[in-house]
Design a protein around this ligand. Structure first.
Ligand code: GLV
Ligand code: MN
Ligand code: MN
Length: 413
């Protein structure tokens, strides 16, 4: 098809759906709090499923809570061409991270449907469960289990802080969408393309609308657990304390200093820090903190990450420390063919575009094991993300949906 007969997406419809979804888990400061498979996230899935059914598309759920909305193709033997992202958010976070990519895919497929275009391949919208990971660890759980990177039963057994397992939540999701068929894990895709906000300042700074994502930076995550001894804060002298907080703060300061690099390339974050038992008058006997470390060079990520356990051990004082790694994902590249198609589609529409490397991680990383994958970025205001103030424009969201629509048609015909 040429540009003159490729259908145009409906920017108003896309924006309306975005604002409808923004009400699910809305926070006072204009963000969303929509943790994986909580009531608001299940409602988001239910709405998407209802909209799909109203279009005559099918809905499938797998055993880790991924949802697939499918418009059939003319050749049932062919694997689907797909687009999508995730509906869950970080705690008290933004409206666009994840949800925008799902709705861009939905708008693209509605556009194709409205135009009555018959494709050989089925086209699917994939909604990957638990991309963010604050309620259930690890992040990108749905896509990882689907692609065989994490074992299904182990992931279903993961519990949230209240002891509710992912398996129970997936059952709740299935109960909320009783008409959904069952999707086996690991089914291949003819292609998968994910639209997402950049979560950085590159596109905005360059005045570009579409980023053609070249690849994704690797990351490692660790859980550091320090065990001392609970004690009375008034009666226990320093000489007899095994204060886990003291050891943990020494470690935190030393780790931060160890990973400061001249080029400001390393990303080192302690995002969670729990002091237990949490009594004002109790010397804390336990601290648990997390480390998220990212670097584009896999060799640097490997060698720097391997220093963490030694640094912690040297500063444990009278306490014990264990360092457990729960994610280790190397940097990766998307195939040239998909990148070229995205770039060509964006250029044909006249959107200013550039290649861009993703500093954040996304489900497309895992799905690239099941077929050629790629990503499209759009700018977000001041690069702010994982924050209630996250913001993207209607025009930029529409541009991404348009590129998704054009590329899905090209791949699925
Ligand atoms: C995604 O949210 C990430 O942490 O990179
Ligand atoms: Mn995301
Ligand atoms: Mn995110």
């Amino acid at each position: 098809m040429t540009l003159s007969n490729l259908p145009k997406i409906d920017a108003d419809r896309l924006w309306r759906r975005q604002t409808e979804m923004d009400t699910l888990g809305a926070t006072p400061a204009g963000g969303v709090h929509r943790l994986s498979l909580g009531a608001e996230d299940i409602e988001a899935h239910r709405r998407l499923a209802n909209w799909a059914v109203a279009r005559g598309w099918t809905v499938e759920l797998d055993d880790i809570g991924n949802m697939f909305l499918r418009r059939p193709g003319t050749d049932p033997a062919l694997p689907p061409v797909a687009s999508g992202s995730h509906t869950d958010s970080q705690p008290m976070a933004g409206r666009f991270d994840g949800m925008f990519g799902v709705l861009a895919a939905f708008e693209a497929l509605e556009t194709i449907d409205d135009a009555g275009i018959e494709t050989r391949h089925p086209i699917e919208i994939a909604i990957w469960n638990n991309e963010e990971g604050p309620r259930f660890t690890p992040a990108c759980m749905g896509s990882a289990a689907y692609a065989g990177v994490q074992p299904l039963e182990k992931m279903r057994a993961v519990a949230d802080p209240d002891g509710i397992t992912m398996g129970q939540c997936v059952d709740d999701l299935k109960a909320a969408i009783p008409g959904a068929g069952h999707r086996p894990l690991g089914q291949p895709f003819a292609a998968f393309i994910e639209a997402h906000i950049e979560q950085g300042i590159t596109l905005e700074g360059n005045g570009n609308t579409i980023g053609v994502v070249t690849g994704m930076q690797g990351y490692r995550r660790f859980r550091v657990e320090i065990t001392g001894q609970d004690a009375h804060s008034g009666t226990t002298p320093r000489s007899r304390r095994k204060d886990a907080f003291v050891a943990a703060t020494e470690m935190a300061v030393a780790l931060r200093a160890a990973f400061i690099d001249d080029t400001d390339t390393m990303r080192f974050t302690i995002g969670r820090f729990e002091v237990l038992p949490g009594g004002i008058s109790v010397v804390p006997g336990k601290v648990i903190f997390t480390i998220d470390m990212r670097h584009p060079l896999s060799a640097t990520l490997a060698s720097e990450g391997n220093r963490i356990a030694n640094i912690c051990d040297a500063l444990k004082g009278p306490c014990e420390v264990t360092v457990t790694e729960f994610i280790n994902s190397a940097s990766m590249e998307f195939p040239m063919d998909i990148r070229d198609r995205i770039a060509a589609a964006a250029a044909a529409r006249g959107y200013p575009t550039q290649p861009i490397f993703s500093a954040a991680s996304h489900d497309a990383r895992h799905i690239s094991r099941l077929g050629p994958a790629g990503m499209i970025f759009i700018p977000c205001l001041d690069g702010i993300s994982h924050n209630e103030a996250e913001s993207a424009t209607k025009d930029d969201c529409a541009a991404a949906a348009q590129v998704i629509s054009d590329v899905l048609i090209e791949l699925a015909l």
